[in-house]
Write a protein that binds this ligand. Structure first.
Ligand SMILES: Nc1ncnc2c1ncn2[C@@H]1O[C@H](COP(=O)(O)OP(=O)(O)O)[C@@H](O)[C@H]1O
Ligand SMILES: O=C(CO)[C@@H](O)[C@H](O)COP(=O)(O)O
Length: 542
């Protein structure tokens, strides 16, 4: 007989592994790490390619109005069914998993139909989850972070609490269209019956966690900070914000918890179907950007640039200083601290569009074209917002020559590619500096997300920030961070003492002329963007 830890089914000397999930915009991913935090297995399921029956593009459906963006909730469940099988094929031994945690694209919401808690509890291990949960949702298409259809609700929310800065002081952000409070307000206004048939509203993260727990998982403080509903100071729902969005909301949301909270053990479904140990702990899931902060083990002086479906930039904050631009969230690894976050909607999908137009759909050719052009791009600058941008609130494509004249196209494919990449990365520096971030001699840019595999893009990042750029061996820091958080949630204590791994690789150093080239370009970009914002309602067509 094996030695068993007191009060546990886990053998004392058996290996302890940790499992992290990431329910992101375009895919679900999973990573298993061992006690030493080395990656044992990885797997992913892409929505567009692996689940073509849902007909998503980039994991979502954009409705006819061009601003309503949703994803079929059940697709995420089916993706999990497939991912579990892929993990098993990859060699994962679920009986050795001591704890699970995970993450989801932020702000998206899931609406559980009245009675769904019973369905969730009673799922049978001999059938897929997606077959059994097909009727569990009162709203079948979840609004996601790319949605920008709620400006009326945003205005109403800001007015109720006394203006945008007041709302930011309470919740960490002024009202944003993708934030869950306004999304729920829109559902309440337009689909009253569905709202009253909803017994629980989850974020994508807490919804995913509920699948493992077999019961409704609470929303954690960090992802809860992306709703315009959580009071950052008290870490409870703000009654004024709840009342401004919909009635009976506190009950439908449940009580929020710290991101490191151990919520219980994995459900009997996972024990019986996948041979998980019944003691395997489930740690609260959080948003993908907070999980990335955990995965990158961010320290002071570090700025993280995540180049995924969305591009984001974030840093650790000790003291919250909410502003009208950007977001302050409760920190996922230390609930007494905070993080600052900027989100840019036109990230990878915009780069893919220009790659397809200029580089025959190949990242290699895209990189070659980028490398062919000089820093500063002969004075040409581009701003590419095919979708209405979040930071700043602008839409359109604007190409400027060196005399700041708007031109309809650039002279070559390589100038177009560099204009896109420089424009995107200069905007990140502009907004990081507006947030109060000072680039200094100790600054390190930590890059993550799909495009952090591209060294040509990272070289431009190093030059624009005039700082060295580092990456980790695993580009998906949100998923890795979830596996780390699983361990931290189980073991307890200070995150930095439990997760000591910081194996970054220096990938690019700034060129010696970087400051000379990009500091004036940052000024020019700010000026061009300000004039676009000033004439926003009178913008020339693309
Ligand atoms: N070599 C590359 N260069 C630039 N972008 C890349 C490269 N490889 C993958 N990507 C981009 O990475 C994106 C996916 O990034 P990822 O961080 O996994 O997204 P998410 O977590 O939001 O689903 C894809 O849309 C793809 O365009
Ligand atoms: O809206 C935000 C952050 O505020 C996005 O960053 C989402 O969290 C989606 O993340 P990705 O799937 O692009 O990683």
């Amino acid at each position: 007989m094996t030695d068993v830890e007191p009060g546990s089914n886990m053998a004392a000397h058996e290996p302890k592994n940790y499992l992290g999930f990431d329910f992101s915009t375009q895919q679900v991913k999973a990573i298993v790490v061992n006690e030493g935090l080395e990656v044992l297995q990885e797997a992913l399921v892409q929505f567009d390619n692996d689940l073509p029956e849902y007909r998503t593009h980039g994991g979502v459906h954009v409705r006819g109005d061009g601003v309503t963006v949703t994803a079929p909730t059940i697709m995420w469940v089916k993706a999990l069914d497939m991912l579990m099988d892929k993990l098993r094929v990859a060699g994962a031994d679920f009986s050795t998993v001591a704890a699970i945690s995970g993450t989801g694209q932020q702000h998206g919401s899931v609406y559980w139909r009245t009675g769904a808690s019973k369905t969730l509890l009673e799922v049978q291990p001999d059938r897929f989850l997606h077959e059994q949960l097909a009727m569990a949702f009162s709203i079948t298409d979840s609004p996601v972070w790319m949605d920008s259809s709620t400006s009326t609700q945003c205005q109403a929310l800001e007015e109720v609490v006394g203006g945008p800065q007041k709302l930011a002081n309470i919740t960490g952000s002024r009202a944003y269209e993708r934030f869950t409070g306004s999304q729920i307000a829109k559902i309440y206004k337009t689909r009253k019956e569905a709202y009253s048939n909803t017994e629980r509203i989850s974020l994508v993260s807490s919804f995913a966690c509920s699948l493992f727990l077999g019961s409704y998982a609470p929303i954690d403080f960090a992802d809860g900070s992306g709703m315009n509903l959580l009071d950052l100071n008290t870490k409870t729902w703000s009654q004024a914000c709840l009342d401004a969005c919909a009635p009976g909301l506190a009950e439908k949301l449940g009580k929020p918890v710290p991101a490191s909270e151990k919520l219980g053990s994995v459900s009997s479904y996972f024990v019986e179907r996948y041979s998980f140990n019944p003691d395997c702990a489930v740690i609260a899931f959080t948003g993908d950007n907070p999980a990335s902060l955990a995965g990158m083990c961010v320290g002071s002086g570090d700025v993280v640039v995540s180049l995924g479906t969305s591009d984001t930039l974030f840093l650790w904050l000790d003291i919250p200083t909410p502003q009208l631009e950007g977001h302050v969230l409760v920190n996922p690894v230390d609930s007494t601290a905070y993080m600052a976050l900027l989100c840019f909607k036109n990230g990878s999908l915009t780069r893919e569009k220009i790659r397809d137009e200029c580089a025959d759909g190949s990242w290699d050719i895209f990189s070659q074209l980028l490398d062919m052009t000089p820093r500063g791009n002969f004075g040409n600058i581009g701003i590419y917002y095919y979708m209405r941008e979040i930071t700043p609130n602008l839409e359109g494509v604007f190409r400027y020559n060196k005399a700041d004249d708007l031109v309809s196209r650039f002279t070559s494919r390589e100038v177009e590619v560099r204009a896109l990449v420089e424009g995107q990365l200069i905007a990140k520096r502009v907004y990081a500096e507006k947030l109060g971030f000072n680039i200094g001699s100790g600054t390190r840019v930590l890059a993550t997300g799909g495009a952090s595999n591209n060294n040509s893009v990272l070289q431009v990042l190093a030059d624009v920030f005039n700082s060295p750029v580092y990456t980790m061996a695993v580009a998906n820091s949100a998923c890795l961070g979830s596996a780390y958080r699983a361990k931290h949630g189980l073991v307890g204590g200070k995150f930095q003492e439990v997760i000591k791994k910081r194996d970054f690789k220096l990938v690019c150093k700034p060129n010696s002329d970087a400051d000379k080239v990009y500091t004036p370009l940052v000024e020019r970009y700010l000026h061009l963007e300000s004039s676009l914002l000033a004439t926003k309602n009178n913008i020339p067509s693309i």
